[in-house]
Design a protein around this ligand. Structure first.
Ligand code: ATP
Ligand code: MG
Ligand code: ZN
Length: 428
């Protein structure tokens, strides 16, 4: 029973009005204005990553064009008339949802061209929603072109795609184009909170943040992760359960390892990694979170009063403040650069744990390199000033090239393979 209820979250929560669509106001407001003024394009292109509201917006637009509560298209479809209900239920014969992936051939588009000529059976407009339109063959695109150019007055096209680069420019230039955006954490968190409140699920904000983080901008993904969490935990969800289920590392481990790096405590670093491995955490994800955390420390160093720039942070603001107290911006930057450049090694390693350990053990030394680097630059600058006072005939001073500390550290880190270049630098 309960299982059945949980499985319908994504469908149950499909936005039914433009205002229900989260995070796409730049699109929904424009569409509403067009509907209000009656200046409606005859073809739209909805582009953007998976699960962010393209199909939902297309169906709302189909309802808005056809809602019977108004004699003309309306920005606020009623969701109660026969037209709205039939579109919502997918039974409206005048609204065609075509999957571009399985109807990609020229024959399918020819069929569409035959069909489009006839007036709508029941509604004001025939609406053709072609999903994953980038999958059409070249011939099919060509066949579609003519119809897109001069569609009958009663027809509207909505083309949707997750890969708009693959849609020929001849098609896109005939459409009004809308780019849907991936959702930010706080938007997603709020939307999930609405759902959990309505479903009677007790869950804390941090857990919702974990879920949003895993979804990487896609609302549908966030909802299905939430569903998974609910089936695992029931109606009372704890943060530990969520972290365990998602193989995520809580803010604490990131905090601990950062403390250990800042205080140069190699033993502590190894302990934290050991605990992560014992708990079966995803080490790659941990590394990503650590990089993000160091980035957040840099942000705090730049401005301690910019919470919007820290919206992804799994760590409380006061902890971030405290961690930045004992380190300079340049030192943090050196650690950040080093971690970023070491990431491919961790990803590709056959021994991710050991590679991670070595990378983290090396990280504290970036501070020293940074100091060394700064000192070297100062000496170099002083040397230049000094030589300006010299009356000796001008001759080219011996070139002092400050070493790149990051480069050196990576070489040391790579040990026996010091000669090898990093994968990203390898000639193609
Ligand atoms: N912007 C959004 N606001 C609220 N809910 C959303 C949003 N985007 C997606 N959802 C949720 O995800 C589900 C799927 O959304 P939708 O079908 O509109 O995505 P899509 O962009 O068409 O994805 P795909 O590219 O995979 O077809 C919806 O039923 C809804 O529950
Ligand atoms: Mg879709
Ligand atoms: Zn209606």
């Amino acid at each position: 029973m309960a299982q059945e209820q949980y499985q319908v979250i994504a469908r149950k929560w499909r936005p039914q009005t433009f205002d229900d669509v989260v995070g796409q106001r730049h699109i929904t407001e424009t569409l509403k204005n067009e509907l209000r003024s009656g200046r409606i394009a005859h073809a739209f292109l909805f582009a953007g990553i998976r699960g962010i509201g393209k199909t939902s917006a297309a169906r709302i637009l189909a309802k808005a064009l056809n809602c019977q509560s108004s004699p003309t298209p309306t920005p606020e479809p009623c969701n109660q008339c026969d037209a709205c209900l039939s579109i919502k239920n997918g039974t409206a014969t005048d609204v065609m949802e075509i999957d571009g992936a399985s109807n990609r051939k020229i024959e399918h588009i020819r069929e569409l061209r035959e069909n489009i000529k006839f007036s709508p059976a029941k509604l004001r407009y025939k609406v053709y929603i072609i999903d994953e339109v980038h999958m059409l063959t070249k011939e099919a695109f060509n066949a579609l072109l003519k119809t897109l150019e001069e569609p009958p007055k009663h027809a509207i096209f909505i083309l949707a795609t997750t890969d708009d680069h693959k849609v020929p420019i001849t098609i896109t230039s005939r459409c009004q184009r809308f780019t849907f955006r991936g959702l930010g954490f706080s938007q997603m968190g709020e939307a999930l909170r609405k759902i959990t409140d309505a479903e009677g699920i007790r869950i804390d904000d941090q857990s919702l943040l974990y879920i949003a983080k895993r979804a990487e901008g896609s609302m549908r993904d966030a909802q299905s992760v939430l569903e998974q969490v609910i089936s695992f935990c029931g109606k009372d969800v704890t943060r530990e359960q969520v972290a365990e289920l998602l193989g995520m590392v809580g803010g604490e481990s990131i905090q601990q390892v950062t403390d250990a790096i800042l205080a140069n405590q190699p033993e502590r670093i190894l302990e934290v990694v050991d605990a992560l491995v014992m708990q079966g955490h995803d080490l790659e994800q941990f590394y990503k979170d650590l990089v993000e955390h160091i980035r957040n420390l840099l942000v705090v160093k730049i401005s301690s009063n910019a919470p919007q720039l820290l919206e992804n942070s799994l760590t409380a603001a006061d902890v971030l403040q405290q961690q930045t107290a004992s380190i300079s911006f340049q030192e943090l930057q050196a650690i950040f650069k080093y971690l970023i450049r070491t990431e491919p090694l961790i990803k590709q390693s056959a021994y991710p744990r050991f590679t991670l350990e070595m990378a983290l053990l090396q990280a504290p030394q970036m501070r020293a390199f940074e100091l060394f680097d700064t000192t070297l630059h100062t000496i170099h600058a002083l040397g230049e000033k000094f030589s300006a006072f010299q009356t000796l005939p001008p001759s080219a001073p011996p070139a002092i090239v400050p070493p790149d500390p990051i480069e050196d550290a990576i070489k040391i880190f790579r040990g026996a393979r010091a000669e090898a270049v990093l994968p990203e630098e390898r000639p193609q």
